[in-house]
Design a protein around this ligand. Structure first.
Ligand code: SAM
Length: 406
């Protein structure tokens, strides 16, 4: 039923109820109505009024419901608005999220593609490496196998050689063995010689004391052991005349000893202008000029009249021989080998006859072929000579003994 109709109906019913109540009041007051009738009328009026009140109550409830409904609608509208706003926000957040997710998905997809491509590349590289490595390993294995086979072949060859060596005839092994022994003996000799030279050099200082530094022995000069041997011979024999072919350090030592003994003099023959000056200056600086004479004898051709082959030597000029008689000790240490073959040979025929009968003659550098040969020739030409080797043959010592041999 429409609301306006209901309102009108309620007003009508209220009016009827009130009119009924008023009529009952009037009826009772006027005794028109009996109590029973009045009661019925009142009941009807109460019912009508109740209905009217009920209709009014419904109307009020309806209004309140309407208001509440309106309020609820308003709230719902506001809520709807809020929810819509939230939904919108959620929507845009979702949109952003989806966009981001899309981006991430795309990036992941890209990465995945990239990774897959790298993986494929790596697999390819690995496959190639594996292939190369396997090939290399195979090649090395082949090479090793070849090397092993080669080693085996060498091993069997070595075994064969070892067997051959064991069977080598003695005529091959013996010379090798002898050569080794000779080399070892040579080393021993050199060691002994070195010791002898050092000892001799120390002993020289016990015989004489040079006043100023003296040039060293060895090298171009006499070795110390040969020098000391000659000094001992001079010490024992006290020769009046010492003649030396080739001046140098030995000239000074001999001069000092002659000075100390107070007997004899030294004549040194020198072919070289330069060393003539050097030796003379040394003699002067050592204060030995009264005892030592360095004679200049340029090399000149000389032929031995006793020799049939007419070989010409280059030896000191003949004037150096002047006054040289009664030589007690002759040292032949010049001219140098560069002067020609057997350059020192003429000292034999030219000086030995000028020596005392018991003279001592020393030929240095006698371990050289040329000197060995001329030493033998002297021995053949002068039977009064007795030869001994000194300092492992580097010096030949000749003892002249004219009385016994002639
Ligand atoms: C074998 S050397 C020996 C000289 C001397 N008997 C000696 O033992 O000191 C022979 C020649 O060497 C030369 N000589 C001299 N003094 C020298 C020196 N200081 N350096 C290089 N040669 C020298 C001289 O011409 C000499 O005749």
């Amino acid at each position: 039923m429409p609301r306006a109709t209901m309102r009108r109906l309620a007003l009508l019913l209220s009016g009827i109820g009130l009119a009924g109540a008023a009529a009952v009041g009037v009826g009772l007051a006027t005794d028109v109505l009996t109590p029973q009738t009045a009661a019925i009328v009142v009941a009807e009026a109460v019912i009508i009024t109740g209905v009217a009140v009920g209709l009014f109550g419904i109307k009020r409830v309806d209004r309140r419901v309407r208001e509440e409904l309106s309020q609820t609608r308003t709230e719902l509208a506001a809520q709807h608005k809020r929810l819509k706003a939230q939904l919108d926000q959620l929507g845009s957040t979702l949109t952003l999220g989806l966009a981001a997710a899309d981006g991430v998905r795309a990036a992941v997809a890209e990465d995945r593609v990239e990774m897959l491509s790298r993986l494929a590349h790596t697999s390819e590289v690995l496959a190639r490496f594996d292939e190369g490595f396997s090939a290399r390993v195979a090649r090395q294995a082949d090479a090793l196998e070849l090397a092993r086979q080669e080693l085996q072949r060498i091993g069997s060859r070595v075994e064969n050689v070892a067997a051959d060596l064991t069977d080598l005839p003695a005529q091959i092994m013996v010379p090798v063995d002898e050569a080794l022994k000779a080399a070892s003996a040579r080393q021993t000799r050199l060691g002994n010689r070195l010791y002898a030279k050092l000892e001799a050099r120390a002993e020289l200082a016990s015989l004489v004391r040079p006043r100023v530094p003296i040039p060293p022995l060895g090298g171009w000069a006499l070795d110390a052991d040969v020098m000391y041997f000659i000094m001992r011979a001079v010490w024992d024999r006290r020769p009046e005349l010492i003649v030396e072919c080739g001046s140098g350090t030995s000239t000074l030592w001999l001069g000092y000893l002659a000075e100390r003994l107070g007997v004899g003099s030294v004549v040194a023959l020198e072919h070289d202008d330069r060393y003539l000056d050097t030796s003379r200056e040394l003699v002067r600086s050592h204060g030995l000029e009264k005892i030592v004479e360095v004679r200049h004898g340029p090399l000149q051709p000389w032929t031995d009249p006793a020799d049939d082959d007419g070989h010409t030597y280059r030896w000191y000029s003949a004037d150096v021989l002047e006054g040289l008689t009664g030589i007690g000790l002759l040292l032949v240490d010049g001219p140098p080998a560069a002067a020609g073959p057997q350059a020192r040979y003429p000292a034999g025929p030219l000086l030995i006859p000028r020596c005392r009968d018991d003279a001592l003659i020393i030929l240095d550098d006698a371990d050289r072929t040329e000197e060995k040969t001329l030493s033998d020739r002297w021995m053949a030409a002068f039977p009064e000579l007795e030869r001994t080797l000194f300092a492992h043959g580097s010096a030949h010592i000749f003892q002249r003994s004219v009385d016994q041999r002639m």
